[in-house]
Design a protein around this ligand. Structure first.
Ligand SMILES: Nc1ncnc2c1ncn2[C@@H]1O[C@H](COP(=O)(O)OP(=O)(O)OP(=O)(O)O)[C@@H](O)[C@H]1O
Ligand SMILES: [Mg+2]
Length: 354
């Protein structure tokens, strides 16, 4: 009797600890059923999971294997787990820990840590300096060639001089864009933990972006269509969200179809499960050739471009989407890129309501 009391008390204490944790946590009993799920886990998986087998709750083979190892071998492990709900996909790093009790099989504790956005950050950092140097070295080498030509063979040739000078002006413009994008990125990193406090209307930001970019798009034979019928209040930094909108629209125009259309819309979600509250979703869709699926997860990496030559030729630095990602993270929002080759690309940004 006293032993039973003690183990009940221990289970209850374990339960209270699980409940107190902020990250989603599941405690599996020795039979592999969910014995305890805290509020965050219920939020993510639903409340139906209580007493269910982990196999039906988790469903992803990558995670089932370490859980089995924990049960049958008593070994701790790690796994990646991705969860998509509504408009966003979240990546978790899951720690799997067997908890030895008195019985033949342990209980198993699963702790889910949200690592979306942190993915590949380490390797990106490693490549960063190399990439910056390379991005600057290419135009600099070209400029040296032009200068030598202007001083030498083209000395008396005004037609060639004009042509080289125009190209040099373009290269210089691209280099200064590169430097200012790098400064923007480093400023954003400094601000990452400070969430914007002002409430702004996302619809008016979009309207301004469409107005600013519409004429340029028309020249390229691309029509911008804005679909937003109500004000969309979000907590945000107006200039930064303007930068998000313009980069997404510019991309859709640059990499979309010719002639083509770009649809810019904003709609409300009464409850976004990940943000746990009302949210506004901004979507920019084009009807261009799209992006092959293997490239999609990497587009927000600094300097990552599907077709480097094409992006460079259009003055791109390959930093646009990584700036967008930083801004969205700072707003505690979510960024999602969906692309179907041959049909088009939709980029959506979900922001908590202000
Ligand atoms: N709507 C789209 N359709 C197809 N590919 C896209 C689209 N948006 C982005 N991409 C791809 O993603 C890459 C990265 O985009 P990003 O905005 O970061 O850089 P960029 O447009 O090349 O340069 P910058 O934004 O500095 O002008 C692009 O080079 C392009 O290959
Ligand atoms: Mg861009």
């Amino acid at each position: 009797m006293r032993t039973a009391d003690r183990s009940d008390a221990a289970t209850d204490l374990a339960g209270q600890i699980v409940d107190a944790l902020i990250e989603p946590v599941l405690l599996l009993d020795p039979n592999g059923r969910v014995q305890r799920a805290n509020a965050a886990a219920h939020e993510w998986f639903g409340t139906w999971i209580d007493r269910q087998s982990y196999v039906s709750v988790l469903r992803q083979p990558g995670l089932l294997a370490p859980v089995e190892d924990a049960f049958f071998r008593g070994t701790p492990g790690h796994a990646r787990f991705s969860h998509s709900s509504g408009a966003v996909e979240t990546l978790f790093d899951v720690t799997v820990t067997p908890l030895r009790g008195g019985g033949a099989r342990p209980r198993v504790l699963l702790v889910f840590r949200d690592v979306s956005g942190r993915h590949d950050e380490e390797s990106m950092r490693r490549d960063f300096v190399a990439n910056v140097s390379h991005e600057l070295k290419t135009p600099l080498t070209a400029m040296r060639g032009f200068i030598e030509t202007l001083m030498g063979p083209a000395r008396g040739d005004p037609v060639a001089q004009e042509r080289f000078l125009a190209t040099m002006a373009q290269e210089v413009a691209r280099m200064s864009r590169l430097v200012s994008d790098l400064l923007t990125l480093s400023r954003l990193e400094g601000l990452a933990r400070r969430r914007p406090t002002e409430v702004i209307d996302l619809r008016s930001v979009l309207a301004e972006a469409v107005e600013m970019l519409g004429a340029g798009a028309e020249v390229e034979d691309v029509t911008l269509v804005l679909e937003a019928d109500t004000p969309a209040p979000v907590r945000g930094d107006r200039d930064q969200l303007m930068q998000v909108a313009s980069n997404l629209i510019e991309n859709a125009v640059k990499y979309g179809a010719r002639p083509g259309g770009v649809r810019i819309s904003v709609h409300r979600l009464a409850r976004e499960p990940v943000l746990r509250g009302p949210a506004w979703v901004l979507e920019v869709s084009d009807d261009g050739p799209g992006v092959p699926p293997e490239h999609v997860p990497r587009l927000t990496e600094r300097f990552y471009r599907v077709d480097t030559g094409r992006s460079r030729a259009q003055g791109g630095t390959g930093l646009g989407l990584s700036i967008v990602k930083h801004i969205v993270n700072r707003h505690r929002g979510r960024l999602k890129i969906e692309s179907t080759p041959g049909q088009g690309t939709t980029v959506s940004v979900t922001l908590p309501e202000g």
